[in-house]
Design a protein around this ligand. Structure first.
Ligand SMILES: [Zn+2]
Length: 242
């Protein structure tokens, strides 16, 4: 059971979950702590979920999540706060989350293709729903790179590869060849269990984000732009379209 202190993290094991029952453990304008939550708190380039808590006929909109000594859901300042002890129904804004899942999985396809075809590691990245950028330590951009990468990514999407999530003990996880695709290992030293996101046959990464179940669910990937951001930083901008 994946916990962030007192909160059981439901989204880490069920990425399709959009609504659930929970109880408020703590409540203040600085954040609401639930016993169970499917709100992705942000991390690994994926921004936090938006959503709502429904309780006693009112709603508290959640505009973000903050990780501290607990997982704090950030309430809209105009909405009432559910007191500690209140049973609530949590719900994730589906269009935003689903778009982020497609975008995040699209970035892993990009990452897998660039590593396989050009041997490059990732030096940075970020995403919004439907668009993203990733930086690679590519010394120079070969002719036709943009078109070749886009075609190769869409071939992997069409192949409809399964995207599996599993958790492994740290030592076992780091025995997987190429498990760390970033130029530096960002998994903190005190993490005992490592969550693995595996695009079967293409890309295996240590990752805490939310992903679609197979590559076809990503939709079509466009390489919008390739930019030179200086030594070691070739920035690839992608868009996810239907
Ligand atoms: Zn990721």
């Amino acid at each position: 059971m994946a916990m962030t202190h007192r909160t059981e993290r439901l989204e880490l094991t069920d990425q399709t979950l959009r609504a659930w029952e929970a109880v408020v453990l703590d409540s203040s304008p600085e954040g609401i702590v639930l016993d169970r939550s499917a709100f992705y708190p942000g991390g690994g380039g994926q921004p936090p979920d938006h959503g709502v808590l429904l309780w006693q006929g009112v709603q508290t909109r959640i505009a973000g999540v903050r990780k501290g000594d607990d997982l704090y859901l950030l309430p809209d300042e105009n909405d009432p706060l559910p007191p500690a002890g209140t049973p609530v129904r949590g719900a994730i804004q589906d269009d935003r989350r689903t778009s982020l899942m497609r975008t995040h999985s699209g970035l892993h396809v990009l990452c897998g293709v660039v590593f396989r075809d050009y041997g490059c590691l990732v030096t940075g990245g970020n995403m919004e729903p439907g668009s993203a950028r990733m930086d690679f330590n590519l010394p120079e951009v070969p002719p036709g790179f943009k078109e070749a990468v886009e075609a190769a990514c869409n071939a992997e999407i069409t192949a409809d590869r399964r995207i599996d999530v599993r958790t492994l003990p740290r030592a076992e996880a780091f025995e997987i060849p190429g498990i760390i695709r970033t130029a530096t290992n960002l998994v903190p030293a005190d993490v005992e269990d490592v969550r693995i996101v595996d695009i079967v046959g293409l890309d295996t990464q240590a990752d805490g984000g939310t992903h679609v179940a197979s590559t076809q669910q990503i939709g079509r990937l466009q390489v919008a732009k390739v930019e030179n951001k200086g030594r070691g930083f070739r920035r690839v901008r992608i868009k996810i379209v239907e």
